[in-house]
Design a protein around this ligand. Structure first.
Ligand code: ATP
Ligand code: MG
Length: 563
């Protein structure tokens, strides 16, 4: 499966306008070549999806290319596990880099040579200041920085020192290689930024070959350049780094891609920071990176979201120069829209209440015809067994019905979906006074759901035959955070204080229609009247587990609020 290629029909935005203009003026020889450059220090989240869709989407629309490149310059935080999950996730989203999978670490030799080139040109120097001193010398937004006392080392001394840095002569942090730009620049990034630091750490790809590692700014633009990227699209926080991106390309005299910045995706009730998501995993607030409550793409996938829904959501987002915040409900809208079209309808009872139809022959089973998807006739029909003892949803019965409650209650007649009209004749309670069983009669003339005498019922409820039901665990999810902006920290506490204590509810006694016995992990369904559900990989043979992806819009909850 791959994302649609529709030349000329991608969502309009200012970056696309720049690409179109550059094609017109032949700026890059008619090429469009983008890249998605994740750092393998965590799992991808829904914010990354925006960047992925933008980069791969532009390439697809303009018959260009998009590379997948790991920005792996920080060995202390990066791992192969993250590389693997990122590769898997970008594929799952429906994008293909056609074999152009690269690593910034592939360019470590080249970057080293370029550093030497800048030293020889008198544009870089080895500095013995500590990290703390470098920070202090840097100045502030209102005060210029102070030049390092090591700034005017000779080229020979710099070459020798840098070589010895590489050879491992110095401990971590003892020295850095810095570019010689302008300590008085109003842009702090231009005040002799660090190019290389000493770090005796094992790299997930280069092992112990290196004990000096290039900084992001000295890596990113040059990696783009090596790969002949045309438009280097990144998020707004890199806007202030663009002069440095340009400075390195220009002073090295290498091919110069154009960096363009756009706004990060932020979502209400959601955190999109790998650092914070890692904390949730490490401190076991969630079951892992792919916990269905996580905003990671692996979590969202396990929750039941489709790649189509995520792509449609991303396509609907604006691309702009100011950061904003998008309603989580919008993401939910797109998954409902997609699943409505494609998910098979089935009946499932989450909180079962036993119903006995006293006048239905004992031992009799009928197979009722049910529609698999009213939105898609080609999905056909199936047979659902009906018998004397059923389960219905506890919510669908009230002994004392409030006003406007039209579902089952004593004396009331309702329709059982695809089956008969039933009328409640009484209840059985346990010693604690709780209802354990509801008794009904059915009208054999209403088979299929209509009365020949034309009488109407106000409600249709779903059911499962007790004898045929498949028992299941169902996991209901609510927002992981209870505040719209979980980054806003309560005084004296960190963001975990904003976690929603009720984000997971596990129901262990759910009863499913028998056809669900054949379901497999990641299969998606609409449980009629309840929502969309996806089978979880925790399922075992005969013990299915389902995740609620998203509820249907709940009209009764709205009425109840108003009452
Ligand atoms: P985080 O802050 O979550 O750790 P990051 O920016 O450090 O994210 P990277 O792995 O460097 O993560 O991101 C890869 C690409 O995805 C970058 O181009 C980055 O700009 C983009 N990206 C990251 N987060 C978002 C977001 N919320 N919205 C849009 N693009 C994003
Ligand atoms: Mg980053």
């Amino acid at each position: 499966m791959s994302a649609p290629v529709n030349p000329g029909t991608g969502p309009s935005n200012f970056i696309r306008d720049i690409v179109i203009e550059d094609l017109k003026t032949n700026k890059f020889g008619g090429r469009v070549h983008t890249r998605f450059p994740p750092e393998p220090n965590g799992y991808l989240h829904i914010g990354h999806a925006k960047s992925i869709c933008l980069n791969f989407g532009l390439a697809a629309e303009f018959s260009g290319k998009c590379n997948l490149r790991f920005d792996d310059t920080n060995p202390e935080k990066e791992e192969q596990e993250y590389v693997d999950s990122i590769i898997d996730t970008v594929h799952w989203l429906g994008f293909d880099w056609e074999g152009r999978l690269f690593y910034a670490s592939d360019y470590f030799d080249q970057l080293y040579d370029w550093a030497v080139q800048l030293i020889k040109a008198g544009k870089a120097y080895v500095c013995d200041l500590s990290a703390e001193e470098v920070r202090r010398y840097r100045g502030t937004l209102t005060e210029p920085g102070i030049e390092s006392p090591f700034r005017n080392r000779s080229v020979e001394e710099n070459l020798d020192m840098f070589e010895r840095m590489r050879a491992g002569e110095f401990p971590d942090g003892a020295r850095t290689l810095r570019s010689k730009i302008d300590m008085a620049s109003p842009n702090l990034n231009m005040r002799d930024p660090v190019m290389y630091r000493i770090l005796h750490a094992e790299h997930h790809r280069t092992g112990d070959k290196w004990c000096i590692y290039p900084m992001y700014d000295f890596t990113h633009g040059q990696s783009d350049s090596v790969e002949r990227i045309t438009h280097s699209i990144c998020t707004l926080e890199f806007e202030d780094h663009r002069p440095l991106y340009d400075w390195y390309c220009d002073n090295l005299g290498i091919y110069h891609p154009q960096q363009i910045e756009f706004d990060r995706l932020n979502l209400t009730y959601t955190l999109l920071s790998k650092r914070k998501l890692l904390k949730l995993v490490q401190d076991q607030y969630v079951s892992g990176w792919d916990d269905p409550r996580m905003p990671t793409l692996s979590g969202i996938r396990r929750r039941g979201y489709t790649p189509e829904a995520i792509r449609n959501f991303c396509g609907s987002l604006g691309v702009s120069k100011t950061n904003g915040i998008v309603e989580l409900g919008m993401l939910e809208h797109y998954v409902r829209e997609d699943l409505n079209k494609h998910a098979q309808r089935v009946m499932a009872v989450l909180r079962p209440l036993r119903v006995v139809i006293d006048n239905y022959p004992e031992g009799q089973v009928e197979h009722m015809e049910a529609v698999n998807n009213p939105e898609d006739e080609s999905m056909g029909t199936r047979k659902v067994p009906f018998s004397r003892v059923l389960y219905i949803e506890q919510d669908d019965f009230r002994e004392d019905p409030p006003k406007q409650y039209y579902r089952l209650s004593p004396g009331r007649e309702v329709r059982l979906r695809y089956a008969y009209f039933i009328t409640c004749t009484g209840v059985v309670k346990d010693e604690k006074g709780e209802i354990v069983e509801v008794h009904c009669t059915y009208d054999p003339a209403t088979r299929g759901g209509n009365a020949p005498d034309g009488r109407k019922v106000k409600s249709t409820i779903h059911w499962v035959s007790a004898e045929h039901a498949v028992g299941a665990e169902v996991r209901l999810y609510d927002n992981l955070f209870s505040t719209p902006n979980p980054n806003e920290e309560v005084e004296g506490k960190d963001f975990t204080a904003n976690l929603n204590p009720n984000s997971l509810e596990v129901l262990t006694r759910a009863k499913l229609e028998p056809c669900l016995a054949a379901a497999e992990p990641f299969n998606r369904f609409q449980f009629e009247r309840l929502g969309y559900f996806c089978m979880d990989p925790d399922s075992a043979p005969g013990q299915p587990v389902f995740n609620r992806t998203v509820a249907l819009r709940d009209t009764w909850a709205k009425i109840e609020k108003r009452l």
